[in-house]
Design a protein around this ligand. Structure first.
Ligand SMILES: [Zn+2]
Length: 620
């Protein structure tokens, strides 16, 4: 994607106020101290993401604990009733077990679902009971890292301290037994597994750092320090000079080489080391600037790519354009750590792309473990949304985690008020200056171009309400109870209103989403996806002609003349933003130019096109 989240150089940040903006004093970094909201105090209001959360609770909460634990119990010589789950979980559920446990704990926390929380605890305890006396989980680095995440999550979100005792045992054993070669990944060993199968060892630090932050137990920190990925992280310690390319290692496993930045982010949270923050921040910006498609998904063929046109070229043949659930999960975690650390609204943009076009456009998990994995953005032909060929892959774990983490991303309390970073229907209750306040966001975005924030409190409350000004916005505007207001912190990308809010006061926001074409990379200026604001539009591919419009990426007025917004039809559901554009040129009688709808509205197996060569329609 070409959206540039670099706050110091944000040429696309061009809001058009409805009234003269009030200048804000230049802030000292960070301009605003945002805090992570307790997700238990955030509630998703009815909408696609609330629906997904409920659905995921049913599927993962509906798994039989005996089935999930069967392989571990069999290996431990214990009675092992139930059935193996198949696919990646044929022998044990090691590849995803920790993600399921952690995801269930998170989901239970956000839904306030004690039954679901009890299930997460039951699974964690059942698994811990299969550990041998020496604490060696007999897991490779890949499964161990996920188990550690699950145990920290069960402690943090379900309040189950026994999980930390189990984590302490397996950490002590891992410190004793894990091979410490720590091979930097290369093109021929892209996840650093050689010579002893330690794949993705460079993601191991994240959760032990979280455990250290949670407990202060230095043995977790000492273990985390073993897995710093200096050979890679050092390359991200500074951004390139403006106009210069990123000089960083590429042709490596994509998702895990973004996920490793979460280890740097947690190192920053645990130790305050600013260098770790710089690495995490630059890692997110590099991902957004050079690795991501318009959807926010990255890693064609699961490769990180050089900034030389490889991203655009991959659209010519690869059907595995991006590993959506895993990609989404890594970016959500990075965003969660970066927004409080930098205060930069732009750091929420890649997460927004993945909300609407990544996890939000994926197929829901099926109870038999068939899971959405790769998105297919291939040019010209008939891409379809399919689930992975094998049951219970990595993305079945990250799907649950990403869906459960959506409430983390929306509201960000600060000392002086609260910030709204994502435009999703949701509400938060939080304590501001000793007073309980509810902020409710009503929005049908992107079907409508507005969001409304309603302040509810027992008595008037003085606070600053910040709203992210998206880089895609043309015509952003604010009204309080219908009256235009303006004020923003341009350096950090927030619109803001400070006032005494009466109970029921409303801040109405015009978001300014418009139609545009976004080139895949600078080497392919005519190879583009069409977007409405952050929402990627997919072209109908059933007996239809492709779309072409030379120059549209450079000149959005061409697009405005070529496509007309029309009412959605019944096909635009169930997880769909109901958004639809009709080409004015209908094309051939038997193969008309296909209409466009939000990618999230494309049904399973339904032919569609995400990218287009605007100057070279691919009829054949
Ligand atoms: Zn995956």
């Amino acid at each position: 994607m070409t959206a540039n989240p670099t706050p110091t150089a944000n040429p696309t940040l061009n809001p058009t106020p409805t009234a003269e903006p009030t200048p804000v004093d230049p802030p000292t970094a960070p301009g605003v101290r945002l805090r992570q909201a307790d997700p238990a105090r955030v509630r998703l209001l009815p909408g696609p993401f609330a629906e997904r959360a409920g659905h995921a609770a049913g599927v993962y909460g509906g798994l039989s604990p005996a089935d999930v634990l069967k392989g571990f119990r069999r290996n431990a010589g214990q009675p092992a009733p139930g059935n193996d789950l198949g696919g990646w979980a044929s022998r044990t559920t090691e590849a995803t077990f920790g993600q399921w446990v952690g995801g269930l704990a998170r989901l239970a926390h956000t839904l306030g679902d004690t039954t679901l929380a009890a299930r997460a605890v039951e699974l964690a305890d059942g698994w811990a009971a299969t550990l041998p006396a020496d604490g060696d989980a007999r897991m490779a680095t890949y499964g161990w890292e996920k188990a550690a995440c699950g145990l920290v999550d069960v402690a943090e979100y379900a309040g189950h301290q026994d999980a930390l005792r189990a984590l302490s045992r397996i950490t002590e054993a891992a410190a004793r037994t894990f091979d410490r070669t720590r091979s930097p990944a290369t093109r021929t060993d892209r996840d650093g597994r050689l010579p002893y199968g330690t794949l993705e060892w460079y993601t191991l630090a994240e959760n032990p750092y979280r455990a250290f932050t949670l407990t202060g137990d230095t043995s977790f920190r000492d273990f985390a320090e073993l897995w710093h990925y200096d050979a890679y992280w050092d390359a991200f310690a500074t951004r390139p000079e403006p106009g210069q390319p990123w000089d960083v290692p590429v042709w490596l496993h994509a998702y895990s080489h973004v996920n490793t930045f979460c280890s740097a982010a947690e190192a920053y949270v645990a130790t305050g080391d600013r260098r770790m923050l710089d690495i995490a921040r630059n890692g997110l910006e590099w991902t957004a600037e050079t690795q991501s498609y318009a959807t926010g998904g990255y890693g064609p063929g699961e490769w990180s790519v050089p900034d030389d046109g490889s991203l655009g070229r991959a659209l010519e043949w690869r059907t595995d354009s991006a590993e959506i659930p895993c990609d989404t999960w890594a970016v959500f975690k990075l965003t969660r750590r970066l927004l409080p650390a930098t205060g930069q609204a732009a750091h929420a943009e890649l997460a927004e792309r993945l909300l609407f076009n990544g996890i939000g456009a994926s197929l829901p998990i099926r109870p038999d473990g068939r899971s959405y994995y790769y998105a297919d953005y291939r040019l010209g032909g008939q891409s379809t949304k399919l689930r992975h060929w094998d049951a219970w892959p990595c993305c079945s774990g990250t799907y649950l985690q990403a869906v459960a983490a959506v409430p983390d991303l929306i509201f960000w309390p600060s000392d002086d008020g609260i910030a709204v970073a994502q435009f999703l229907p949701a509400e938060i209750r939080w304590s501001h200056a000793g007073q309980e306040v509810t902020l409710r966001q009503h929005t049908l975005f992107p079907e409508t171009d507005t969001t409304e924030l309603r302040v509810e409190s027992d008595s008037p409350v003085t606070l600053t309400l910040r709203v992210r000004i998206p880089s895609w916005s043309e015509g952003f505007g604010l009204r309080v109870n219908g009256e235009p207001v303006a004020g923003w912190d341009a350096a950090y990308g927030w619109a803001l209103v400070t006032r005494e809010w009466q109970p029921g006061d409303r801040l109405q926001v015009t978001l300014g989403a418009t139609l545009r074409a976004e080139a895949v990379d600078r080497f392919h200026p005519e190879r583009a996806a069409l977007l409405h604001g952050p929402v990627v539009l997919a072209q109908e591919g059933v007996f239809s002609s492709p779309f072409a419009l030379p120059g549209a990426a450079a000149d959005p007025t061409l697009l405005a003349a070529a496509l007309t917004r029309v009412d959605p039809d019944d096909g635009d559901g169930p997880f769909a933003p109901r958004l639809r554009y009709q080409p004015t040129d209908r094309g051939a009688e038997e193969q008309p130019v296909g209409p466009f709808r939000a990618l999230a509205g494309v049904k399973e197996r339904w032919p569609h096109r995400v990218y287009h060569d605007l100057n070279a329609p691919r009829f054949l």
